[in-house]
Design a protein around this ligand. Structure first.
Ligand SMILES: Nc1nc2c(c(=O)[nH]1)N[C@H]1C(S)=C(S)[C@@H](COP(=O)(O)O)O[C@H]1N2
Ligand SMILES: [Mo]
Length: 200
């Protein structure tokens, strides 16, 4: 039985590469919180303190990371708060269609509410039982295995609920708005009508 684990044009990474734009942010535990804003069911903004976040339901999911530069990281069990648990704790308004995930230094990535809330999407604190290191996103990173890994923001600080889609950091800079690795949706020039908002 052969299971296709690598999306088209991807190769198996050696070890666990570190990939990001800019410096590794310094963690300030005194001020860390997770901000939820945009179209909420109640109010316009909620800040979850580290303790409040730690009280959310946790689980472990299997998921691969596929970087658009073509390496893939397999054999990962991510532990943390499933995005579905966050969506239950801080429910989006009924007309929310997309989510913008914000990280330290203004990095951002947009995705559909369905992809954000997929059963294998998780706000991870651990991989394979070990706490994430700072270069891999400690204290909190998103993992969305079904999309190219630039959507899996490290050092997550906020989640914005959107009623219309908006491009994040790389989605504004030539990368595909949807980013399904199994369809090889790498670059914005491959986008078809309905894949995303117009490029400015
Ligand atoms: N905040 C932030 N998150 C980020 C990035 C980034 O530049 N900033 N790069 C992304 C990209 S392109 C990839 S491939 C993965 C890499 O995760 P890793 O360094 O844990 O392998 O992180 C993603 N998350
Ligand atoms: Mo990447």
């Amino acid at each position: 039985m052969s299971e296709q684990r690598l999306p088209p044009s991807q190769y198996l990474a050696r070890g666990w590469p570190v990939v990001h734009y800019g410096p590794i942010p310094k963690l300030r535990p005194e001020t860390w919180d997770l901000r939820c804003f945009g179209a909420l069911t109640t109010g316009t903004e909620r800040h979850l303190s580290a303790d409040e976040f730690a009280a959310l339901p946790r689980s472990t999911v299997h998921g691969d990371l596929h970087c658009v530069t073509k390496f893939s990281l397999l054999d990962s069990e991510w532990s943390g708060v499933p995005t579905r648990a966050l969506l239950e704790a801080v429910p989006p308004a009924p007309d929310v269609t997309h989510v913008m995930v914000w990280a330290e230094y203004g990095y951002s990535a947009n995705m559909s509410l369905d992809d954000f809330g997929a059963e294998d999407s998780i706000l991870a604190t651990h991989r394979n039982g070990e706490q994430l290191t700072p270069e891999h996103g400690w204290p909190l990173r998103l993992v969305v295995p079904r999309l190219y890994a630039w959507k899996s923001a490290k050092w997550v600080r906020a989640v914005e609920y959107l009623t219309t889609d908006r491009r994040g950091f790389w989605e504004e800079r030539g990368y595909h708005n949807v980013a399904d690795p199994w369809r090889e949706q790498r670059y914005s020039y491959q986008e078809e009508p309905g894949h995303g908002p117009a490029l400015r």
